[in-house]
Design a protein around this ligand. Structure first.
Ligand code: IMP
Ligand code: MG
Length: 221
């Protein structure tokens, strides 16, 4: 296993099982209502895809992309919409699907923004929640896993846009995001090959040399 991956925190099997449980709960709760799932790009792509397929009710799906300002691994709550919803959510039953709640600042902003559009109901589903999220005012109705306060990657979650394609949730070794990593605005090039070694099918080449951003604005989280 590559040196950049500290630990596999949640296996693909546990992810699928828990997403199935959330879907069953959502099916029961929205049995008589028309549900619109709103995925937050890009981190929620995997959970949205699996959750939507596990839900038996007919649902619609829409997407938002927001960016938050902050350092490489922390958000500040200053949010900007990069891509707004395609549809009008007035009078709709909306379920926001998020990858992870850390400080909750991004979500708190998003919920206030969506509430102002007059949905019939608005709830949040988050695959992961860190202990720091307890400080936020936002009520998260569906939580996949409560996890410890570590930086996690995989199943949609990135570090400097990498590792989203891992089929599990893992923790990233701190050396990857300290001392010259992307958190300092540098590059995290050495991370990829080692981390993916033996974990994923060989896609032929390892991407090299593309520029990374860490400090400043995170695009599409
Ligand atoms: P918050 O505003 O601090 O709650 O941050 C929420 C966003 O930051 C998430 O939607 C993620 O995109 C990102 N984020 C927070 N913690 C992690 C992590 O451990 N790994 C990867 N991304 C994270
Ligand atoms: Mg991110």
């Amino acid at each position: 296993m590559g040196a950049d991956l500290e630990d596999v925190l949640i296996t693909p099997e546990r992810l699928q099982h828990r997403v199935g449980e959330l879907a069953a709960q959502i099916d029961a709760d929205y049995a008589d209502r028309e549900l619109l799932l709103v995925g937050v790009l890009k981190g929620a792509v995997m959970v949205m895809a699996d959750l939507a397929r596990a839900i038996r009710l007919p649902v619609e799906m829409d997407w938002m992309a927001v960016s938050s300002y902050g350092s490489g691994t922390k958000s500040s709550g200053v949010v900007r919409i990069l891509k707004d919803l395609d549809c009008d959510i007035t009078g709709r039953h909306v379920l926001v699907v998020e990858d992870i709640i850390d400080s909750g600042l991004t979500l708190s902003w998003l919920v206030r923004n969506l509430e102002s559009r007059g949905p019939a109901s608005l709830r949040v589903c988050a695959l992961l929640r860190k202990p720091t999220a307890a400080r936020t005012d936002v009520d998260v109705t569906y939580v996949g896993f409560d996890i410890a306060d570590a930086f996690v990657i995989g199943y949609g979650l990135d570090y400097a846009e990498r590792y989203r394609n891992l089929p599990f949730i893992g923790t990233l070794a701190p050396h990857v995001y300290t001392a010259g990593g992307a958190a300092e605005g540098g590059r995290a090039e050495r991370g990829r090959a080692g981390l993916l070694d033996g974990l994923l099918p060989d896609h032929g080449s390892t991407r090299q040399g593309s520029s990374r951003h860490g400090g400043g604005e995170h695009n599409s989280r």
